[in-house]
Design a binder for this molecule. Sequence first.
Ligand code: ACO
Length: 431
Amino acid sequence: MAETSKTATLTLDGKTYELPVLSPSAGPDVVDIRKLYAQADVFTYDPGFTSTASCESSITFIDGDKGELLYRGYPIDQLANDSHYLEVCYLLLNGELPNKTELEDFEYRITRHTMVHEQMHNFFRGFRRDSHPMATMVGVVGAMSAFYHDSLDINDPWQREVASMRLIAKLPTIAAMAYKYSIGQPFVYPRNDLGYAENFLNMCFSVPAEPYKVEPALAKAMDRIFTLHADHEQNASTSTVRLAGSSGANPFACIAAGIACLWGPAHGGANQACLEMLREIGTVDQIPEYIARAKDKNDPFRLMGFGHRVYKNFDPRAKVMKESADEVLDLLGVHDNETLQVAKELERIALEDPYFVEKKLYPNVDFYSGIILEAMGFPTSMFTPIFALSRTVGWISQWKEMIEDPTNKIGRPRQLYTGATKRDYVDVTKR
Ligand code: ACO
């Protein structure tokens, strides 16, 4: 629990209100305004939640000025380089790194939940083949509520646990099925002898007609992409999951809500949007025109993959992702690709350009992830589904934390109303 050590004073209409100030284990102090409305009859106003802590959490910490990201206290670069995704999943869900037996047990349980209910295949077949895989995922993950009735009771810790396992285990299968369906290939069943990332690559790229061997270095790069995206404290999609969950909605419905939110180009959809932008720019000589557009206040165009609400120094995930991109491109022998040349030159110019430097707009994780995923053979439409499957563990950990918090209440923001005041209805003949 956060400590109350200080108070803040608010003076309004000649009256003074003492507000407790909560001290976190890291990060800025938080003014507790929970009783403000009852005491002073005022709301606070913070659209976009730029200064508002919406919950207490002990999962992930970000220091945007230092460019630091910690999962349960562990720096992201250490986890990305020395750990692996399923161990990170255990850490996020349970708060501590597992010992050997705990890890083996966790991996065993996740592996045994990777298949989806066979009836779900029919559900997939109801979608148009040209559906965006994110559209399919929102629908199919929401539909898990209709398939797994024995893990819907949010008040039963065992059912919460099973639902968490199912979501972490089945999301790669669902994402791969969405992909296979969109290209008209048969679904590939999960394999228990493969690691988590390896299994995902196999479900995406193998076909029944010939053997397929997953390149270990690519599986490692994939695993690292999953780790880098696993959680990111109270971002838009996580807050969506929490808000949906605060009403008591079941975990599958909540994660479907998170996937819907993630889809937007200002959030998880930026990786697809970024690669499409690089292709649209096309050649290095076109870059100045796009930089000029990004700076023009009258042009809605933004450099996708640049900027972040919280990181104002650099995105620590982007640093690791960039190293991974170099490794993967070397491994696959991709050097002269035009998209890559545009990306490198764009990054160089933007990092030197005063507009981007002054506004602290650095490449974010999405700038590099698309480059790796494209080199691996994924179409741009699969970039955001891969983000969604990686983030599922973060969403479900945050959801569990919220449900297990005895102070949890339904999320219900207030508003600054500027519409018409009370007026009488006028019959249509008199308008
Ligand atoms: N290109 C050009 N200008 C930008 C960009 C950009 N990518 N991002 C921000 N700016 C400018 C804004 O125009 C604004 O300028 P102003 O102060 O003169 O009005 C200033 O920088 C601050 O931008 P805001 O939009 O107020 O910052 P906010 O914190 O609300 O937005 C966001 C953050 C949404 C990430 C934004 O930087 C953006 O749209 N980036 C491109 C999309 C993207 O890459 N999203 C991925 C985020 S990471 C993730 O979800 C994993």
